[in-house]
Design a protein around this ligand. Structure first.
Ligand code: SF4
Length: 191
């Protein structure tokens, strides 16, 4: 097994152990990005636009963030799946989102111990480190080393990412699926 396959197996193991439903590692060449995702953020359906340091516009121009994705060689993609009572179960969605964030934090903490030179974690729906983001109170970010943007903020097409990593974007009726990812770079240590 070459070094990339060994690292991929190890990182997927960490993600599954942390509570992910599925995990996979693919090359960033397979990651599709699109600047049109910024237009969706600007519609502010989630209410975070301009209200989180890790969301647009404060996270930076999308072209720059998409270019940053290309500076990494690989991406660990993982998903969590929550059960809902029905498609209107908002409380269930929030609980599944909170469980997903716990998984994301566990994976982030575990990956710190790995011999990876550069890692960029991206989550679902923006940074959830603080109950109230410091952006809302006009203060600097409280935890810049832990703060996390969403995949969409970086222009990543998550449904295509799921497909490339061999996962379903939706996992059946009355479920909610959330994605997380960690970009890392093996460009000078492959094989
Ligand atoms: S760490 Fe806290 S202050 Fe910083 S972006 Fe995240 S939620 Fe906002």
């Amino acid at each position: 097994m070459d070094i990339t396959a060994q690292i991929a197996e190890r990182l997927c193991g960490i993600a599954l152990e942390a509570g992910a439903y599925r995990a996979g590692v693919i090359s960033t060449d397979e990651v599709k990005t699109d600047a049109a995702f910024r237009k969706m953020c600007e519609q502010n359906l989630c209410g975070n636009y301009g209200r989180s340091w890790m969301c647009p516009p404060d996270a930076g121009p999308i072209e720059e963030l998409m270019a940053e994705v290309r500076t990494f060689s690989h991406i660990l993609v993982y998903q969590t799946v929550g059960e809902l009572e029905d498609s209107y179960d908002f409380e269930g969605m929030m609980e599944a989102g909170a469980r997903h964030n716990q998984v994301v934090r566990r994976i982030r903490d575990e990956l710190r111990a790995e011999p990876l030179k550069r890692v960029l974690h991206l989550g679902a729906g923006g940074c959830r480190m603080c109950e109230t983001c410091a952006k809302k109170t006009g203060e600097p970010c409280r935890h810049p080393e832990l703060a996390m943007s969403s995949l969409e903020t970086y222009g990543i097409n998550v449904s295509e990412l799921a497909k490339a990593a061999g996962m379903k974007y939706i996992n059946g009726q009355n479920t909610v699926t959330y994605f997380g990812a960690a970009l890392f770079d093996l460009s000078d240590q492959e094989n």
